[in-house]
Design a protein around this ligand. Structure first.
Ligand code: SF4
Length: 270
């Protein structure tokens, strides 16, 4: 006999400003939520872990189920140790290398393995019993994301877009409610994995300046793996570049232009 499935409202919560604003506002409006799900990559900023813990108490105090997911295999294991069961088919020319190494724009294994696969697995289990309605925190000004086919499916709800809340509205709302991520959003536009090789040089400079202990950890990770951190730079190269920039800034010299890059090239090849 075919049983009618009940709707089950799930809020996807990354801990970032947008999903935090969506979740807190939904609770404030008294909207029904069955479960909040979050997925830890193992590489969130320490302040983000503290933020997640704070919001978890708010969610649970509102009587809502809070599920913290994560891959049983850590980011470090996947990046540095993982060996596929069928190395030939899986890795092609990389079959003898250990671990998946740094992600690239084309091979974002970590987004898939540490987030998407884990979240989708949990949603699939829930959907055996329920008709899932997934609330996703995409702000009203994130036009490209809003237009993605996957975000327009009928089981997705986009509360921020419904309310017309932009990214800056979300941050403002969170600050007003007393959530400040210990200043993370004063430094970064987005607070994703601190070790992400896809982040900009500006953001890596900030990591080195504001989180020297994480920068040291990044150097250690890089020394243990086989793919270059970014196309043009290992983390060691970046350290040299940033030191060189500091030297030139002290001498009031530009950190761009032909002369800068030509001397940088010499230093990197020394
Ligand atoms: S933020 Fe970067 S390191 Fe983290 S999962 Fe996404 S691509 Fe990978």
């Amino acid at each position: 006999m075919n049983r009618q499935k009940h709707d089950y409202i799930v809020v996807s919560f990354s801990g970032g400003k947008d999903s935090t604003a969506m979740l807190l506002r939904m609770i404030e409006l008294g909207e029904h939520i069955d479960e909040v799900i979050t997925c830890d990559t193992y590489k969130e900023f320490p302040a983000m872990y503290r933020h997640l813990a704070t919001v978890k108490t708010v969610v649970e105090s509102a009587g809502i189920k809070y599920t913290a997911l994560r891959n049983e295999k850590s980011f470090d294991y996947m990046m540095l140790e993982y060996r596929p069961e069928n190395p030939k088919g899986f890795f092609g020319k990389y079959q003898n290398l250990k671990g998946k190494s740094w992600a690239t724009a084309k091979v974002r294994w970590c987004t898939k393995e540490m987030k998407i696969r884990i979240i989708n697995g949990h949603l699939r289990e829930l959907s055996e019993q329920y008709n899932i309605i997934q609330c996703v925190g995409i702000a009203a000004d994130e036009t490209a994301r809003l237009e993605r086919k996957g975000n327009r499916e009928k089981n997705k709800r986009l509360p921020l877009a419904e309310w017309g809340w932009t990214e800056s509205d979300c941050l403002k709302y969170c600050y007003e409610k007393g959530y400040d991520w210990e200043g993370l959003y004063e430094i970064y536009d987005r607070a994703s994995c601190w070790c992400c090789p896809l982040q900009s040089l500006k953001s890596l400079r900030s990591l080195r300046t504001h989180f020297p202990e994480l920068w040291e950890e990044l150097k250690e990770m890089d020394a243990k793996t086989w793919r270059k951190f970014q196309v043009n730079y290992s983390v060691k190269d970046l350290e040299k570049r940033f030191q060189f920039e500091e030297e030139r800034t002290r001498r009031n010299l530009p950190i761009r232009g032909k002369e800068f890059y030509s001397e940088l090239k010499q230093r990197l090849s020394a």
